[in-house]
Every structure is written in C-alpha cells, then in structure tokens.
Ligand binder design. Structure first.
Ligand SMILES: NC(=O)c1ccc[n+]([C@@H]2O[C@H](COP(=O)([O-])OP(=O)(O)OC[C@H]3O[C@@H](n4cnc5c(N)ncnc54)[C@H](OP(=O)(O)O)[C@@H]3O)[C@@H](O)[C@H]2O)c1
Length: 294
C-alpha cells in the first residue's frame, strides 16, 4: 500500500512515516511545501500524479490556533478551502482521502464526550476553518474518512509535552490551565489509527464518514503536565511543580473549548481500533524526548 500524506514536516506526517516503516508493508510519501502550498491552490493541481498513491492522508493545516485569529483569510484558505481541492485531486485519481480535523469544531460547552453527530459550534477562527474543511472534503470526495483528533503531541516538532520539559529545565513551578478538558493524543497513535483505517480502505470494506480518534481517557492541561513531570522525574529528567490556573488567568488570543473530550466508540465499532490510555502514550513520548529520539 502506498500512502501520500500532506504536511510533510508535521507531527502526524512524521509519525506516519515512522509507524509505516515499522510495519514494512506500507510506503508513505510525504508531500509539502514548497512543492504544494495549501495557500496557493494552483500548486495542488495534479499533485498526486507522480506519487500515484492508493490513499491520500490530508494532514497539513494551519495549526497556530491563536495566530489564526489575526490571519483568518489565510487560515480559511489553508484549512477550509484547500482540503476540498486536495480531496478532489484524490477523487480524480480514484482514491479515498483520510482528512484530519479537530475537537475545536465543538464549543466545549456540553458535559458529555462529543459524538460525531453532535452539533458543532467552534469558538474561534481555527475551529471554524477546520469545520469548513470537513465540509469541503466531504463535498469533493464521497470516499472520505474524516478523523477528528485533539491535543496532539509527539516526539516531533513543537508541542505541549516538549514545551513542558523545556520549562521544567528552566524553572521550579509551571502554571498550567486546569479547567480545560480534552484527550491528550500522541501523533504516533494517530498514525496507527490512520493505518488501521487505511487497511480497511484497501480491503474495500471501510465505511466512510466522520470519526473521532483520540487518546483514551481525558485530562486537563495541568493533568497532562503533571504526568509529563512524573514520567520525566522517573527517568532522571527535569521536573517542576504544576500550579493549576484558570483559563481566565491565562488570556490567549483565541477562545478554546472548555470541555471537548471526544467519544471514540464509533471508530472502535467500525474499525476495531482505539488508542492506548493517554498516560501510557505520554510516557512513551517523554521517554523519546528525553533520549533525544525525535
Ligand atoms: N496539533 C494539534 O494539537 C491538533 C489537534 C487537533 C487536530 N489537529 C489536526 O491534525 C492535523 C495534523 O496536525 P499536526 O499536529 O501534525 O500539525 P503540525 O505539526 O502543526 O504540522 C502542520 C503541517 O502543515 C503544514 N502546512 C501548514 N501550512 C501549509 C500550507 N500553506 N501549505 C502546505 N503545508 C502547510 C506545515 O508545513 P511546514 O512544515 O512547511 O510549516 C506542517 O508540516 C491537522 O489537520 C490539524 O488541524 C491537530
């Protein structure tokens, strides 16, 4: 099986390359800037031709949640419009698309984990543009699996876990938001989930539609930070005291959903796959980051 993935230097693409290599029977071709630029649709035309993949994974995105508030047009071009063009390229090539989306399509004002059909209501530009992208993908290619994920970290790139380890090396106490709830999700697990979906797509037995794929169990950002420091301390790495603070005490440009855990039962039911408990995956990534394996 040959998979093309966009966002070649992103956490999900790099994780997919690694996990596919570990399996041995999947070739992943990562494509990205400067060859394809989602802000310049003309670069997307025919982008799959030379690669000739069996499946396209659309993982590139404008992921700077706060910056998106200041660049709504660019965020919409990249997250809301370009995924439709990419999905259309896949449709023209006769292949299905797996598109990554986010828990930020929800308002976070509910009190139960979100199911796929729950009403959306993004709080900010990033969530609005990602929701537009979901619709564009679905309209452009009926053979689509949209995977909403959340709170992504990995051994690669900039992410919360890496930031916590850096801060712990610099100071004794770290203030972390304790009243936002979600599913910390390792991009390595996302990659495994994508491969499980891809296997079924190749077998021709996959259902299409929207699915939630996220780490099992939920946490606050402060919980995740405490877990990171516990795992780091156990390996002789940097530790810090976590001071839980309220969202109101940590103003950011974008508003974020307060309570956006995702219900992943549909993915488990239809694809027989679910992520490990988030704590186990976080421990693995801390281990990798401390040993410089990223
Ligand atoms: N990160 C999270 O917490 C999170 C949470 C929920 C959902 N998601 C979704 O999961 C997917 C993967 O996220 P990630 O964490 O792997 O993202 P990431 O590490 O931030 O990587 C994003 C990738 O998109 C590429 N990109 C950005 N703008 C582009 C453009 N105009 N043209 C082409 N490529 C562009 C970047 O390219 P460069 O390397 O050239 O900059 C980068 O490789 C995204 O769809 C994201 O919305 C992420």
């Amino acid at each position: 099986m040959r998979i093309a993935v966009t966002g070649s230097r992103g956490q999900v693409a790099l994780s997919l390359v690694e996990r596919a290599a570990a399996r041995g029977d999947v070739e992943v071709v990562a494509i990205g800037r400067p060859e394809i630029d989602l802000a310049r649709p003309e670069t997307l035309k025919g982008c799959l031709g030379a690669v000739a993949p069996d499946i396209l994974v659309s993982a590139a995105a404008y992921t700077a949640v706060d910056q998106a508030e200041d660049e709504p047009d660019l965020a919409m071009a990249v997250n809301g419009i370009a995924p439709g063009f990419i999905a259309a390229e896949a449709a023209a090539a006769g292949i299905p698309v797996i598109h990554l989306s986010t828990d930020y399509v929800f308002s976070g004002e509910g009190d139960a984990p979100y199911r796929e059909d729950d009403v959306t209501g993004p709080k900010g530009v990033y969530g609005r543009t990602k929701l537009a992208g979901e619709k564009a993908v679905a309209a452009a290619n009926p053979r689509h699996v949209i995977l909403r994920t959340a709170w992504v970290y990995s051994p690669f790139g900039k992410n919360f876990v890496r930031t916590m380890l850096r801060l712990a090396a610099e100071r004794d106490t770290v203030s972390v938001v304790a009243d936002q709830w979600g599913n910390p999700t390792s991009a390595l697990d996302i990659a495994d989930g994508i491969l499980a979906v891809a296997d079924r797509l190749m077998a021709g037995t996959a259902p299409f539609g929207v699915y939630h794929l996220a780490g099992t169990g939920f946490a606050s950002w402060a919980d995740l930070a405490r877990c990171v420091f516990a795992e780091s301390g156990a390996r002789g790495g940097p530790v810090a005291e976590v001071r839980g603070i309220a969202t109101a005490d940590y103003p950011t440009r974008a508003r974020r959903p307060a309570n956006s855990p995702l219900d992943t039962a549909r993915l488990q039911r239809d694809f027989g796959w679910s992520a490990p408990p988030w704590q186990r995956s976080a421990a693995h990534v801390v281990d990798r980051l401390l040993s410089g394996d990223g």
